[in-house]
Design a protein around this ligand. Structure first.
Ligand code: ATP
Length: 207
């Protein structure tokens, strides 16, 4: 098995690349999805969040009110660190549990982690793939997808590490400055590099 970290700035195209790699045969573990799962209604994670932040962060249906929680921790570094201390270990445990079930010794397991560099996980993988996009394109896609103003989009971009910091730790870079067809070609090329790294070039490509 090889373990691959997949990261990139907000709205850089990680999900799009994750889906392309999945189509080529990777097992993709989406840490954003796990972060939602570990605070699902009835979970120990949600109980821990309520204990720390109060029942005011619940929606009427018992689910977590992400927007309310986001507002609570947005400008409070200590509160955000406490929330991360509840969520991050659970996400890692959930990812490890999924990986532990992989019996194929040639599996390529891709961990899609938005804040991989911010959380210091750059040395935790056999290979690191960074989806990179110039900031103007990133901002425009983020504004369109999330219906944000230019300032709101820029604030979200500025809250993350710089492109340079991400590119510095990358083994493979997928530029996402063109269309989706080009993105598919570039993801395909990286998939071949991952197959090579796994030592089974040409095997399991499925393409
Ligand atoms: P997040 O950081 O919020 O999880 P992400 O990195 O997973 O985002 P995507 O959701 O894959 O990014 O892409 C962001 C937006 O840009 C989406 O609306 C997507 O459809 C669009 N997009 C991605 N790549 C391209 C492309 N090559 N051409 C046009 N639009 C694109």
């Amino acid at each position: 098995m090889i373990r691959v970290g997949l990261t990139g700035g907000i709205a850089s195209g990680k999900s799009a690349v994750g889906e392309l790699l999945r189509q080529h045969g990777a097992l993709v573990i989406d840490s954003d999805q796990l972060a939602r799962d570990v605070v699902a209604p009835g979970s120990a994670g949600l109980a821990a969040v309520i204990e720390r932040f109060g029942a005011g962060i619940l929606l009427p249906d018992g689910g977590l009110d992400r927007a309310a929680l986001g507002r609570l921790v947005f400008s409070d570094d200590a509160a955000r660190a406490e929330l991360n201390a509840i969520i991050h270990p659970r996400v890692r445990a959930a990812a490890t549990a999924i990986e532990a079930q992989v019996s194929d010794p040639y599996a390529i397991v891709v961990h899609m982690i938005p804040l991989l560099v911010e959380t210091g996980q750059q040395d935790s993988f056999d290979a690191l793939v960074v989806v990179d996009v110039d900031e103007d394109t990133q901002r425009a896609r983020l504004m369109a997808r999330n219906d944000l103003t230019e300032d709101e989009a820029q604030a979200r971009i500025d809250a993350q590490v710089s492109r340079t910091d991400r590119l510095r730790v990358a083994d493979f870079v997928i530029r996402n400055d063109a269309g989706l067809e080009e993105l598919a070609e570039r993801a395909h090329a990286v998939w071949h590099e991952l197959l090579k790294r796994r030592g089974q070039q040409g095997d399991g490509c499925g393409c």
